[in-house]
Design a protein around this ligand. Structure first.
Ligand code: B12
Length: 253
């Protein structure tokens, strides 16, 4: 008879790294398994107790504290004492390869280190279950969860649209910040034509030369202009400058 695989994800000890445990728990749930997560800071006794109460098939531990060589054997021993030694004990975290090998030789299942694929973890648990209960007992994998399109603006519900997706992909193909090659080639040709036309045309005299004669003309005009009457009368009233002042003073004998 087919039924969902039941997994207890445990976080033993003072280890506060729960990201990996949550990532794995979510992946197992998405693969159709029933997942119970203990939360942080559980003792080995609490974890095994929960496994018995929840009647799980798999006890899966996440250990990043470095205490795996103590925690795995302790939980394994408690499982045997509680009559659930036939269940799968697996897990992952920061566990050196040699320690993984050592624990495996002691009867612990496969362990997964950083960067492990959740697909591999799902596959491993399903494989173990299939071997234990037979391939017929293995429930089919559910389709991967659909990813809704990001919501644009408030109150708008995500709508999957083929046209939108195509536009998105077309935009992704363009190199960021660069314009299409066709347009830039046209622009370059126009610029070159303008430059050639400028070079071919006769050169106009420089602006400076054009302004100089105009200044001279203005000066000549000013010289020819008659002096206004008022200023002429004033000039006549003004006393003439003393000529003697300009002569050198007579030396005293
Ligand atoms: C993020 C991080 C933190 C975060 C944790 C945030 C959180 N809520 O998880 C914070 C900043 C809080 C933190 C604190 C500390 N950290 Co830290 N931290 C890391 C770091 C950089 C990444 C861990 C992570 O989240 N990875 C992403 C997840 C998705 O990957 P993962 O956990 O490895 O899980 C994968 C596998 O391991 C496996 N897996 C894990 N769990 C399970 C469970 C099951 C059932 C299965 C099947 C598989 C599985 O599958 C997962 C998917 O691939 C690692 C370094 C590293 N590169 O791993 C150090 C690291 C784990 N931290 C370390 C240390 C020392 C600490 C501190 C003690 C530092 C300090 N002196 O304060 C504290 C301890 C805090 C505490 N209370 O425990 C050390 C541990 C050394 C050791 N064990 O030998 C590491 C390795 C860094 C290092 N190189 O020294 N840390």
């Amino acid at each position: 008879m087919q039924r969902r695989i039941r997994v207890l994800v445990g976080k033993p000890g003072l280890d506060g790294h729960d990201r990996g445990a949550k990532v794995v728990a979510a992946a197992l749930r998405d693969a159709g398994m029933e997942v119970i997560y203990t939360g942080l800071h559980q003792t080995p006794g609490q974890i095994v107790e929960a496994a018995v109460q929840e009647d799980v098939d798999v006890v899966a531990l996440s250990v990043l504290s470095g205490a795996h060589m103590t925690l795995f054997p302790e939980i394994q021993s408690l499982m045997q004492q509680q009559g659930i030694g036939d269940k799968l004990l697996t897990g992952g975290g920061i566990i050196p390869g040699d320690d993984m090998k050592n624990l495996f030789e002691r009867g612990v299942g496969r362990l997964f280190g950083p960067g492990s694929s959740t697909v591999d973890i799902v596959h491993y648990i399903r494989e173990w279950y299939g071997e234990k209960f037979g391939a017929d007992a293995l429930p089919p994998l559910p389709p991967p969860p659909a990813r809704p399109e990001p919501v644009v603006g408030s109150g708008e519900s995500p709508k999957p649209s083929a046209a939108r997706a195509d536009r998105h992909h077309a935009a992704a193909k363009k190199p960021a910040g660069k314009k299409p090659a066709k347009k830039s080639a046209k622009k370059a040709a126009k610029k070159a034509a303008k430059r050639a036309a400028r070079q071919a045309a006769p050169k106009k005299p420089a602006k400076k030369l054009a302004t100089k004669p105009a200044k001279k003309k203005a000066a000549k005009k000013a010289a020819k202009r008659p002096v206004p009457k008022k200023s002429a009368k004033k000039a006549a009233k003004r006393p003439a400058p003393k000529k003697a002042a300009s002569k050198p003073a007579k030396r005293k004998k």
